[in-house]
Design a protein around this ligand. Structure first.
Ligand code: ATP
Length: 359
């Protein structure tokens, strides 16, 4: 359990700067996720924390210790990789025992701890197996036990679920998170999967081109995206051009969206006056068209729909141009709407407005 501090981390390869000044404090025991598309610098930042990459500038602290110049094997970290990185010629038991043996721990302690951690990851009876005789999910459990058994100061995980099939990925989220909470290990988790990030983390840092664009608790990042980039990357969003029309007398911010007046919250000021309205599919209303659309409403036609029991997803082409996605749930999901129907979309007053340039 260690607080982790990154101060002004920069990394360049030749004249390409891939980390552009990252500062962040990660509290003791937190599950901190680096989320972003391929190439934004997540793995590089993780490798800086591990000590495999030396930053061009900045420092890394584990608690009060500056570890920037400390070799990886002296940082007391546990690592889990996408490809498991197990020793194929050692048994499951010996894989997990590796770090304890390297530290010269007594035989009895090794036996007890390895047994305990194999139980914790649900592999109590498989100690004698070869990792080559395990499924992907089981291998990743071994890797997790191996990383945690040494009681690392920090656990670093680089896309650990990417090689698993969809159902197993969801199941392994729980295995990892439960164990992380039990052991209260400060963790940095790298993923490009926003669902995974939202489901597992205490804090999510959304990265863009070597910078953290926004960082916060999952529900905060989801509900209050500060930029169009975050709104588009975390969850799905409809992004529509919006023109500010003032906020009356201190009421909600109001914007013109496709010719209708939509109220909501402006997240930050656009220097060039250009904005995008951000509307989550579940925040839009949809009903069969009867009469002209009123304030905060737009007319359109259902281009396609997918009924999924508890939820129905609609793609609607707006009369004024552009498509929006709308989702309805529960009883509403069974609304009698069909492909080709004319509909009215309503913004329900909970739109966000972000600068267009923050895409
Ligand atoms: N050793 C290296 N030499 C030169 N460029 C590198 C090196 N390592 C990484 N890069 C570059 O740095 C950028 C960030 O890479 P990084 O692997 O950190 O991204 P990422 O967000 O983890 O992406 P992915 O999800 O694809 O792994 C990329 O443009 C990559 O090509």
């Amino acid at each position: 359990m260690t607080e982790l501090r990154l101060d002004g981390i920069r990394k360049s390869y030749g004249d390409v700067e891939v980390l552009k000044g990252i500062s962040r404090q990660i509290p003791n025991g937190a599950f901190f996720t680096l989320l972003g598309p391929s190439g934004c610098g997540k793995t590089t930042l993780l490798r800086v924390v591990a000590g495999f990459v030396r930053p061009t500038a900045g420092s890394v602290h584990f608690a009060s210790e500056d570890v920037t110049d400390v070799a990886p094997h002296r940082r007391e970290i546990g690592m889990v990789f996408q490809d498991y990185a197990l020793f194929p010629d050692k048994t499951v038991f010996e894989n997990v025992a590796y770090g304890l043996r390297a530290r010269g721990r007594p035989r009895e302690e090794i036996k007890r701890k390895v047994g305990e951690y194999l139980e914790r990851v649900g592999l109590g009876s498989l100690g004698d197996r070869s990792p080559t005789a395990l499924s992907g999910g089981q291998r990743q459990r071994v890797a997790l036990a191996r990383a945690l058994v040494i009681g690392p100061r920090v656990l670093l995980m680089d896309e650990p679920l990417s090689n698993l099939d969809a159902a197993l990925r969801v199941q392994m989220r729980d295995v990892i998170r439960s164990l992380q909470i039990e052991t209260r290990t400060t963790t940095i988790f790298v993923t490009h999967d926003q669902e995974e990030a939202l489901a597992m983390s205490d804090q999510v840092a959304v990265m863009k081109n070597g910078r953290i664009d926004q960082c916060g608790a999952p529900d905060d990042v989801y509900r209050n995206p500060q930029t169009a980039y975050v709104a588009g990357f975390v969850g799905s969003s409809n992004l529509l051009p919006a023109r500010p029309v003032g906020n009356g007398s201190g009421g909600p911010d109001r914007f013109d969206v496709n010719g209708t007046l939509v109220s909501g919250r402006k997240m930050s000021d656009a220097e060039d006056g250009r904005y995008l309205a951000v509307a989550r599919p579940e925040n839009l209303g949809i009903r069969g068209a009867s009469g002209a659309p009123g304030e905060g409403e737009l007319a359109g036609r259902i281009k396609s729909l997918q009924f999924q029991g508890y939820r129905t997803s609609y793609a609607v082409t707006l009369d004024g141009g552009g498509d929006v996605n709308v989702e309805t749930f529960g009883e509403l999901a069974v609304a009698p709407l069909a492909r080709g129907d004319e509909v009215i979309i309503s913004f329900n007053g909970n739109c966000l407005f972000v600068p267009e340039a923050s895409r």
